[in-house]
Design a protein around this ligand. Structure first.
Ligand SMILES: NC(=O)c1ccc[n+]([C@@H]2O[C@H](COP(=O)([O-])OP(=O)(O)OC[C@H]3O[C@@H](n4cnc5c(N)ncnc54)[C@H](O)[C@@H]3O)[C@@H](O)[C@H]2O)c1
Length: 281
C-alpha cells in the first residue's frame, strides 16, 4: 500500500505501541484516527499531533463495545472520507490463571479478543467494498506459547493469533486487495504493566491477590527493560507497505518459543519458562 494521504485507525492510540505507530505513519503522510478509552492522554496526543500539522481526530471509545468501534469507523469516514488501515491494538494485561476471578477474565477477554472482533466487523466489510485495506492485529509472544502468571492474557493472545491467521486465509480467498498482519512482540517499553489504571472499580480487589501482585512486579521489570516502541511503529509501517503477515520484533524468541513447543509435542523437554519460581523469590 502507498501510504501518503491514506487514513489509519488505531485503537489504544493514546499510548505505547499504538501511539508509536501513529507517529511513524504520520511521518508518511497518513491521516490518523485514534481511539482510546483514556480521554486525558487522548486529548494530549491529539493536540500534539495537531501542533505538528498532522491530520488527526481522537475518539473516546471502549473497544469492548461494538457500537463504540462502529462509531470510530463512522467518525473516520466523516473526517477523511474513508479508512484504509485498522490497527486493532488496544489491550490489557491480566493475572495468573490460578486464583483469578472470572470477572477479571472477562475484562481481559472482552478487550483483547472481542475488541479485535469488533474492529474486524466494523472495518473489513468497508475495506472489501472499496477493494483496499489492511488489518493489523496485536497479538504477542504470549500468543505463541503459554507463560505462567499470564493466564487470561495468554488465552486472549492465542485467540488473536488464531483469528488473524483465519482472517489472512479468508481475505486471500476473496481475491480482494485487502490484507492482514499479525504483530507478536515480546516486551516493549510501554504502560502495559499499568493496565490496572483502566480496571473497572468492582475489580479492584484483584490487586489484593498476592500472586497477581508478585507477577505484576516481574512484568513491570520486564516491560521496562523492553525495546523502544518506535521499533514497532517502523515494523508495522513496513508490513503495510510490503504486505507482510508476521510482524515479529523479537524474531529469535518467537522462533525459539515455537521450536520448544514442537520439541515438547514430540516428547522432548518442556519449555524452560519459570516465572512462577521467580515470582516466589
Ligand atoms: N508492551 C508490551 O510488552 C507488549 C508485548 C506484546 C503485546 N503487547 C500488546 O500491545 C498492545 C498495546 O499495549 P501497550 O503495550 O502499548 O500498552 P499501553 O498500556 O501503553 O497502551 C494501551 C492503550 O490501550 C488503551 N485501552 C485499554 N483498554 C481499552 C479499551 N477497553 N478501549 C480502548 N482503549 C483501551 C489504553 O488506554 C492505552 O492507551 C496490547 O494489545 C498489548 O497486549 C504489548
Amino acid at each position: 500500500m502507498e501510504l501518503q494521504g491514506k487514513t489509519a485507525v488505531i485503537t489504544g492510540g493514546a499510548s505505547g505501541l499504538g501511539l508509536a505507530t501513529a507517529k511513524q505513519l504520520a511521518k508518511a503522510g497518513v491521516n490518523l484516527v485514534l481511539g482510546d478509552i483514556e480521554q486525558g492522554p487522548l486529548d494530549e496526543v491529539v493536540a500534539e499531533f495537531k501542533g505538528n500539522s498532522v491530520n488527526v481526530i481522537g475518539v473516546n471509545i471502549d473497544v469492548r463495545s461494538a457500537d463504540d468501534v462502529n462509531r470510530l469507523r463512522d467518525e473516520a469516514v466523516k473526517a477523511f472520507g474513508t479508512a484504509h488501515i485498522i490497527f486493532n491494538n488496544a489491550g490489557v494485561g491480566g493475572g495468573p490463571l490460578i486464583g483469578t476471578d472470572k470477572k477479571m477474565w472477562d475484562w481481559v477477554m472482552d478487550i483483547n479478543v472481542d475488541g479485535v472482533v469488533n474492529g474486524i466487523n466494523a472495518f473489513v466489510p468497508m475495506f472489501l467494498d472499496q477493494n483496499e485495506g489492511h488489518v493489523i492485529n496485536t497479538g504477542s509472544l504470549a500468543g505463541l506459547g503459554g507463560v505462567p502468571g499470564m493466564g487470561s492474557y495468554c488465552a486472549s493472545k492465542f485467540a488473536v493469533v488464531g483469528m488473524t491467521e483465519v482472517l489472512y486465509h479468508e481475505l486471500a480467498f476473496t481475491g480482494k486487495d485487502v490484507h492482514a498482519s499479525l504483530l507478536c512482540p515480546g516486551f516493549v517499553k510501554t504502560r502495559i504493566h499499568e493496565s490496572g489504571r483502566n480496571l473497572p472499580k468492582e475489580l479492584a480487589s484483584f490487586a489484593e491477590n498476592p500472586m497477581a501482585k508478585a507477577v505484576q512486579g516481574i512484568a513491570a521489570e520486564a516491560v521496562n527493560s523492553g525495546i523502544d516502541p518506535s521499533i514497532i511503529g517502523e515494523m508495522v509501517e513496513d508490513a503495510i507497505i510490503n504486505n507482510k503477515f508476521w510482524i515479529l520484533p523479537h524474531m529469535r524468541s518467537a522462533i525459539r518459543t515455537t521450536e520448544q513447543r514442537l520439541v515438547w509435542m514430540q516428547g522432548g523437554d518442556t519449555p524452560g519458562i519459570d516465572l512462577m519460581k521467580a515470582a516466589k523469590s
